[in-house]
Design a protein around this ligand. Structure first.
Ligand code: F3S
Length: 292
């Protein structure tokens, strides 16, 4: 019988769990419930909530038309403008922004009010980054890679070191950004001698999940990664595991399992992306246990 190792860090992080729990609690309270965007990247959870009457609002225009009920925001947060627009609707607003993301909003809001330019290290099209941008009082630069950091510094070649030192720059990062890449980008920006306020706002949940997945995949004969098709963090986990274990499978639910055991497997590893609920992980675990 093979040993099945399920990662302790598999599935919801603190912020996502808090947001999903908030929606279920509001469903219990009753009344029309809306989420501003799907609460997480998981079709099963969103489908289950839909069956319980929760509607997804796809745009701020759609939200503006709501006159009663409750609107819940997502863990990765929204911009100040959206926040204000939601508050102006007839609905009660419940902010399920992860406190770690909320902290970045506050840093950006306060630093930009203190005369700092804002640099966000992250992916400019990610909703979390768009939300963070929306809390700045000044235009924001988003930097995603070393090349962009170098271009930012080069654009400043005309300034003397004294002038560069006058430039106040506050650097924050998207919570899910890679820590090594963040350090590299900060090093490039720091060389210029700016007056830098650097806040490493990367959340450990992602790093811990990846490190544990890597360690399990390294010793597993078969590795299973559970996650939504459109969940980028789940796909990243899959890539990490595949490097360690050629026999890695990316599935959404146990129904996608297609393992054809060879009979000599000793360790089957299981992990799951940040948006995979516990019951889906347990179902996979139970089916794998039955097969091996
Ligand atoms: Fe929050 Fe970290 Fe999750 S920032 S939403 S606990 S990945």
């Amino acid at each position: 019988m093979a040993e099945i190792i399920t990662a302790k860090s598999a599935g919801f992080c603190f912020g996502v769990k808090r947001a999903v729990d908030t929606v279920y609690e509001e469903v219990e309270r009753g009344g029309p419930i809306y989420t501003y965007g799907p609460i997480i990247h998981n079709e099963e959870v969103v489908g289950d909530l839909e069956r319980r009457g929760v509607k997804v609002l796809d745009s701020i225009e759609q939200a503006a038309g709501i006159t009663s009920g409750t609107i819940i925001t997502r863990s990765h947060g929204i911009s100040r403008e959206e926040d204000e627009k939601l508050a102006a609707t007839g609905a009660r607003c419940v902010d399920a922004t992860c406190p770690f993301v909320k902290r970045i909003h506050r840093i950006v809001e306060e630093s930009s009010a203190d005369g700092y330019e804002i640099i966000i290290i992250g992916n400019p099209v990610h909703p979390e980054v768009k939300g963070i941008m929306g809390w700045s009082h000044v235009p924001v630069t988003v930097i995603e890679n070393r090349e962009q950091a170098a271009a930012f510094v080069e654009a400043d070649d005309g300034r003397s070191p004294e002038e560069a030192a006058q430039r106040k720059i506050c650097i924050v990062s998207q919570t899910t950004f890679n820590a090594n890449k963040f350090e590299e980008i900060v090093a490039i920006l720091s060389k210029k001698g700016y007056n830098v306020r650097c806040m490493n706002t990367i959340c450990n949940a992602t790093h811990e999940r990846q490190a544990e997945a890597r360690a399990i995949a390294a010793k597993a004969d078969i590795m299973i990664v559970i996650g939504g098709k459109s969940s980028s963090n789940s796909y990243k986990l899959y890539e990490i595991c595949r490097k360690e274990c050629a026999n890695t499978h990316f599935i959404q639910t146990w129904r996608d399992l297609n393992l054809s055991p060879a009979g000599n497997e000793q360790i089957i590893g299981i992990t799951a992306g940040a948006s995979t609920p516990k019951n889906i992980i347990e179902e996979v675990q139970n089916h794998v246990r039955a097969d091996f």
